[in-house]
Design a binder for this molecule. Structure first.
Ligand SMILES: Cc1cc2nc3c(=O)[nH]c(=O)nc-3n(C[C@H](O)[C@H](O)[C@H](O)COP(=O)(O)OP(=O)(O)OC[C@H]3O[C@@H](n4cnc5c(N)ncnc54)[C@H](O)[C@@H]3O)c2cc1C
Length: 509
């Protein structure tokens, strides 16, 4: 049952076996797993509850209704812009549905480095299979490719680079192109239409507009959560709630989970690492109309450069990222082009001629989440060291793909207005400049690692089971729990981990 908190004044009290904070990829998956195994589950979600008919297919409405901090969240220096959703269904209401299994080399690395013994392909496989079946994940069929996707594939094929059609979470998609602003046809299988209804069906209560604020700890054990019902527009408190439970699962996303834990616990492992997979858009003008608005945003992924390549001396020699086909509606393009005045107008007049990709940089230097003196959650992040080299390498290779596919010119969104028309300009223009904070427009949409699992209590917030090292009965099961960059889109990994953690919660009774 969905209970819209903004309609409730006074104090609501509820009791459950498990209370879950957050209804996104991690929270939804864990809650449905437990509810279907007989647990009484309550979920609290600070964002609103939206149905298909609420998704207007206008960027401005999606950003205002459910984008976290109305799309204006950034690092303290403004050098990274974040995008995430606050709504029943979490960021999966926004997400594109790319559902790629974590590469086995990354899983093996985490097992060794973080002592997560269960993290083996054999343990993960049944989780992946269950999630893929539940969400209808399948390799994107040709009819979902728009011209942008076809051009990127074409460029890769001409260069002999590895890429493939993306496994995507949608059933009978009509390819309208509005995935990112909420699916108006209930075809993208976000948590909103998959796990959340399953929790409801088993008697679970999902409180929307319900911001968890205080962790209730008794005799050293987590026993519940308190918080505020908030007005959907102003976020001002209209009522209070208290949920008592045997287990408290935090799944507020890497920023939301860190925010909640920093307010409630004095634990130095929280927020110490923030992974974002730095994402730089690159545009290419093909001098003719390109359909980059319908289909699905990303039907094709470039895998050629996922691994880092090293020269004989061990120095960086390319790679360390994947590229996703990118879909930019006019509003987002206007915001992210990095130009102003007549030049901006001129570039936007060519919007219908643009193709685009973005990077998922597999970073090794994470950022940080902390509370400011005013109590507001803040982040710092710097693309630096080898990660900056990866970014430059990506910009060059993205330009190469588009030039191979026949682009007239390629635009790097930076303060220099960098435009590339041929191989000579790739070398002459881009290699001269490294990426620098606030010089290139950079986004973070894959937010991970702020309350990681691991065997070492000095290095991780929770043990490999997801239960906090220092507070029994408190668990993490979202992107915050993932110990580092997945090196591909993370949602399938987050869901697989949430299912594994759900099994441990179930066994804990
Ligand atoms: C535009 C976009 C496209 C994306 N596309 C893809 C893709 O194609 N494939 C992919 O793998 N990944 C994609 N991602 C990333 C993916 O959606 C996220 O990694 C994933 O949803 C994170 O899951 P989560 O459970 O950590 O958090 P979320 O899904 O963000 O859920 C957290 C929820 O917790 C709530 N919350 C936070 N704090 C509180 C609190 N104190 N009280 C109550 N509720 C709280 C939040 O409001 C939110 O709804 C995309 C992201 C964006 C922004």
């Amino acid at each position: 049952m969905i209970i819209e908190g903004f309609r409730r004044t006074g104090t609501t009290r509820d009791r459950a076996d498990v209370v879950v904070i957050g209804t996104g990829a991690g929270g939804g998956t864990l809650a449905a797993y437990l509810a279907e195994r007989g647990a009484d589950v309550v979920m609290v979600e600070k964002g609103g509850f939206f149905r298909a008919e609420d998704f207007s297919q206008h960027e401005r409405d999606g950003m205002a209704d459910f984008n976290g901090r109305r799309g204006a969240d950034s690092t303290v220096d403004g050098s990274i812009l974040y995008s995430y959703a606050e709504a029943v269904g979490g960021t999966t209401v926004h997400y594109w549905g790319d559902s790629i299994r974590a590469p086995e080399d990354r899983v093996a690395e985490w097992r060794q480095r973080h002592g997560i013994e269960w993290m083996t392909p054999d343990v993960l496989a049944p989780h992946y299979q269950a999630i893929e079946a539940e969400l209808g994940i399948h390799v994107a069929e040709e009819r979902l490719f728009n011209e942008n996707n076809r051009l990127v594939r074409d460029g890769c094929e001409k260069l002999g680079w590895e890429g493939h059609a993306v496994p995507t979470a949608r059933i009978d998609c009509i390819a309208c192109g509005w995935t990112q602003f909420g699916c108006a046809y209930n075809r993208k299988t976000s948590q909103l239409i998959t796990t959340i209804p399953r929790v409801s069906k088993r008697g679970g209560r999902i409180y929307s507009d319900a911001r968890a604020e205080r962790l209730i700890v008794e005799n050293g054990r987590a026993v519940g959560v308190e918080g505020a019902f908030v007005d959907r527009q102003s976020h001002e408190e209209v009522g209070r709630f208290r949920i008592d439970a045997r287990h408290v699962v935090v799944a507020g996303g890497a920023l939301g989970t860190a925010d909640f834990l920093l307010r409630n616990l004095d634990d130095a492992t929280v927020g110490r690492r923030l992974y974002i997979n730095p994402s730089y858009n690159v545009w290419a003008d093909f001098g003719r109309e390109i359909d980059n608005a319908t289909g699905i945003p990303c039907a094709y992924v470039v895998h050629e450069w996922r691994g880092v390549r090293r020269d004989p001396g061990g120095g960086y020699d390319g790679g360390g990222y994947i590229m996703l086909c990118n879909q930019q509606q006019p509003g987002s393009t206007a915001a992210l082009l990095g130009h102003a005045g007549p030049e901006h107008t001129e570039r936007m007049s060519r919007w219908h001629q643009l193709a685009s990709v973005l990077s998922v940089i597999d970073e090794v230097h994470p950022g940080r989440v902390f509370l400011g003196d005013d109590g507001i959650r803040r982040t710092s992040y710097r693309v630096q060291g080898e990660d900056a080299l990866k970014a430059v390498d990506y910009l060059r290779n993205a330009a190469r793909i588009f030039l191979a596919a026949g682009a007239r010119e390629v635009w790097i969104p930076d303060v220099y207005g960098t435009t590339v028309r041929n191989d000579r300009e790739i070398d002459a223009l881009i290699t001269l400049r490294s990426v620098q904070p606030n010089a290139q427009i950079c986004l973070g949409t894959h937010l991970l690692g702020t309350a990681p699992v691991g065997s070492d209590p000095a290095d991780s917030f929770a043990g490999p089971t997801g239960e906090a090292h220092r507070v029994p009965g408190l668990w993490v099961a979202d992107g915050a729990a993932v110990p580092g960059s997945v090196s591909v889109d993370p949602s399938l990994m987050i869901m697989a981990m949430a299912r594994q953690v759900a099994g441990y919660v179930e066994r804990a009774g």
